[in-house]
Design a protein around this ligand. Structure first.
Ligand SMILES: [Zn+2]
Length: 301
């Protein structure tokens, strides 16, 4: 009798423990966004989360000087895993296990990427624009699609090295860089909501025509949304001031990212002030700082 009396108690305790721990386990499950209501309610949950916090703390998160709250990172990491898992198990032929090559970046990290390009060092990057090609004329070989800092003809065009022909001025260099690199403080990668996947070289050519990621790209356009991801950088968003190349590798977790983007647009003055402090008088930021202005970038990005 006594043994029978204890057993149900143990079962009850175990059941209670399972019930108590269910929300924790639920966090590791994939959120499904096929139903638009789920997207609305998840985005609303994050809108409340952001609205309840101090404005300056959110701004510091947006410009990359403080890491995002842990709960944000947890949900994005979980959904990223769900997305890449689904891609792995699809019928898309892949040469390797899909992975994230770049996730959250700090202001300092983005600054080093920006300065590397502005000062023209490191590996090949982005895409040579028609403007640069027209300016430098025959100085740039026709077969060069991307900027290659080790090539003398490219150095001539970008930096004016060698003193022959025309070269880009500071503003033009910034605009070339802006094709695929956000200025430090204005990168979506600061938010911890955005990821670069599959292609370690971030080469646009690999995502079009017969490139190795064309199949995966088609799959992502069809299925990423059901995991909560959207593609922020498309040709369709190209405009004369803030040109973007098509980035098949860059995906953004919409429920959090859309809330932060709206927050930034609602606080343009405070954001511009914070960025002015961070940028100082660095000449490589002049195009946005002294030219088009932060508000214009927010409106267009
Ligand atoms: Zn990216």
């Amino acid at each position: 009798m006594s043994a029978n009396g204890i057993r149900p108690m143990g079962v009850m305790l175990a059941t209670l423990l399972i019930q108590l721990s269910t929300p924790v386990f639920a966090q590791t499950e994939c959120l499904e966004f096929r139903d638009p209501e789920v997207m609305l309610s998840t985005t609303d949950r994050w809108r409340v989360f952001v609205a309840e916090r101090d404005v300056n703390r959110i701004l510091d998160w947006i410009v990359g000087v403080t890491p995002p709250p842990k709960v944000v990172r947890r949900e994005v990491v979980q959904q990223t895993r769900c997305l890449l898992n689904a891609l792995s198990h699809s019928d898309v032929p892949l040469t390797e296990v899909p992975q994230v090559y770049s996730g959250r970046r700090s202001f300092t990290r983005q600054q080093s990427i920006w300065m590397r390009k502005y000062n023209f060092s490191g590996g090949a990057f982005d895409r040579i624009s028609e403007t640069a090609r027209n300016l430098c004329g025959d100085g740039l070989p026709a077969e060069s699609a991307r900027w290659q800092p080790h090539m003398a003809s490219h150095r001539q065009c970008w930096l004016g090295e060698g003193g022959v022909g025309r070269s880009l001025d500071s503003n033009q260099r910034q605009r070339e860089t802006l094709q695929a690199t956000a200025m430090p403080g204005l990168s979506r990668h600061h938010w911890a909501t955005d990821i670069d996947i599959l292609d370690p070289y971030l080469n646009p050519a690999s995502w079009e025509n017969a490139g190795p990621y064309v199949g995966a790209y088609r799959w992502l356009r069809q299925h990423a949304g059901s995991h909560g991801f959207v593609q922020p950088y498309r040709h369709s968003q190209v405009n004369p001031w803030f040109i973007r190349i098509e980035e098949g590798w860059h995906w953004s977790y919409y429920p959090v990212a859309s809330v932060l983007q709206a927050f930034a647009r609602q606080h343009p003055q405070a954001l511009a002030k914070r960025l002015a402090e961070l940028w100082g008088d660095n000449e490589s930021y002049s195009f946005v700082r002294d030219g088009i202005g932060v508000t214009a970038v927010l409106a267009k990005d």
